[in-house]
Ligand binder design. Structure first.
Ligand SMILES: Cc1cc2nc3c(=O)[nH]c(=O)nc-3n(C[C@H](O)[C@H](O)[C@H](O)COP(=O)(O)OP(=O)(O)OC[C@H]3O[C@@H](n4cnc5c(N)ncnc54)[C@H](O)[C@@H]3O)c2cc1C
Length: 440
């Protein structure tokens, strides 16, 4: 099969993913033309936007979603599909210390986020190749094992259904001796990310949402007691606005919400998928089909999709010739962890932008009267952004903020944003060194 890395369309700035190749096509939506009057305008057609929309529609609000490209062209259509009920580097006690009671509520939301997502999939009957086989975080050094044990104890103390696996259990679960132990959370698993997104969009469509593709929001301005959002061919008059643009916040319109756009660092994450692994081999490698991402800063992660393609990926320090170099890098890593796999043959290579925040916390902002944003999911947004949609919908509906798992902060633009963004990937060699020489 031809590699898809170079395949781009006018409307999508990123290469097409495995998910775009294997998923049934989504319903195409026309661009916004003319003026509409609605309760809530949501900017960004990813999980955050559609999850919030679904809750709002269920509460009786009228909602429109403006997507700059096509639904699935952002992170929600091109991620690894791992449903992970923890944050990447922020521990539950950090959230509680930082945000007090709102932090405790956010911890509860994160803890339940994977289970909630799989329940939503079942309730809405979303065909998205969902497998609630668990999420596993293995550790490869003594220092990382200690981190993993601490993390496991912290989440278990807060009611998460996680447990530590020892060396033998880890080796049996992975079909590899490359890790020493790990934390297993059976509420996690994996989904086909694009099918999940299209399923959410379909659920919103059925409930009467107005969904517009190829409709980039260019301005959001106050109009009396209401908001006016403009696109190249139309405008929306509304009571509330949600900016749900995450890593792509500054990519389409850098002037729409510049403080938010500059509060995150968009970092390219490369994804690769192998050709289907044959049944006999798949019984040896990851036989119970968990989603796996380890404790390294330069993360090792992989999962099977429904066709037994092993879907993995990583980051590159230099941007040139990325598709070829990531195949070589991940091919070597897979072979080292799973010698029985031989030389992996890849069918698809693609990439997308992950929104990293300097403090690694997700950030929630109120940017004006009933104008909200949620960004900075730090590569953990599948379960989290879907779960946070419920809280955003409550906020938009006027709930008391002290009852919500939505700790708000002011957007803090990163100084010298352009430079920091350009330099971000050059930190990778340091992370790799740190992964091998962890702090004691
Ligand atoms: C390669 C990759 C792998 C990942 N793997 C995982 C994983 O395995 N597990 C996990 O938990 N998380 C993962 N993530 C993160 C996860 O995908 C994101 O956190 C999540 O999809 C964010 O959803 P969202 O709706 O907030 O943003 P997105 O899905 O990115 O949607 C934002 C949308 O806003 C649109 N937009 C931007 N500006 C405008 C504008 N002016 N007007 C209209 N629309 C606009 C964009 O076109 C985009 O479609 C990964 C991310 C990437 C990129």
């Amino acid at each position: 099969m031809a590699l898809r890395a170079q395949e781009t369309s006018k409307s999508e700035s990123e290469p097409k993913s495995l998910w775009h190749a294997v998923s049934p096509p989504g319903k195409r939506m026309a661009p916004l033309q003319g003026s509409i009057d609605i309760d809530v305008a949501i900017i960004g057609g990813g999980y955050t936007g559609f999850s919030t929309a679904l809750h709002l529609l269920n509460s009786g609000a009228s909602v429109c979603i403006l997507e700059a490209n096509t639904i699935g062209s952002g992170g929600s259509g091109r991620n690894n599909g791992q449903v992970i009920p923890v944050l990447s580097r922020v521990e539950p006690e950090d959230l509680e210390r930082h945000y007090s009671e709102a932090g405790e509520r956010l911890v509860g939301l994160v803890r339940d986020s994977a289970e909630d997502l799989f329940q939503l999939v079942r309730r809405e009957n979303i065909a998205c190749e969902a497998e609630q086989t668990g999420w596993f975080q293995p550790a490869h050094t003594v220092a990382h094992s200690i981190l993993c044990e601490k993390r496991n104890a912290a989440w278990a103390a807060r009611g998460a259904p996680c447990r530590m696996l020892d060396a033998t259990e880890t080796s049996n679960l992975l079909g590899s001796n490359a890790w020493d132990c790990g934390m297993l959370n059976p509420s996690g698993g994996h989904i086909n990310p694009l099918m999940l997104l299209r399923g959410l969009a379909q659920a919103c469509d059925k409930r009467g949402a107005r969904i517009f593709e190829n409709s980039p929001a260019h301005t959001i301005i106050r109009s009396g007691q209401r908001w006016q959002v403009t696109t190249p061919q139309g405008s929306v008059l509304c009571n509330a606005v949600l900016l749900a643009t995450n890593a792509y916040s500054g990519e389409i319109s850098s002037t729409l919400a510049p403080k938010v756009a500059r509060s995150i660092i968009p970092v390219t994450s490369w994804q690769v998928s192998t050709k289907p692994i044959d049944e006999a081999l798949a019984r040896q490698i990851l036989p119970q089909r968990q989603a796996v991402s380890d404790t390294r800063a330069d993360l090792r992660f992989f999962r099977y999709d429904a066709r037994n393609n092993l879907v993995s990926g990583g980051a590159l320090a230099l941007p040139f010739n990325g598709a070829k170099r990531i195949k070589n890098l991940i091919g070597r890593r897979l072979q080292k962890a799973f010698p029985q796999i031989g030389k992996p043959v890849f069918s698809h290579v693609w990439s997308g932008l992950v929104a990293i925040t300097p403090d690694r916390y997700p950030h929630f902002h109120q940017l004006g009267p009933n104008y909200w944003s949620a960004v900075g999911f730090n590569g953990r947004g599948v379960a989290l952004s879907v779960a946070i949609g419920r809280e955003l919908a409550k906020a938009i509906n006027g709930a008391d903020l002290k009852d919500l798992a939505l700790p708000l902060s002011a957007p803090t633009p990163v100084r010298f944003h352009g430079l920091v963004r350009a330099m971000a990937r050059t930190a990778l060699p340091y992370y790799r060194w740190r992964d091998k020489h962890p702090k004691k």
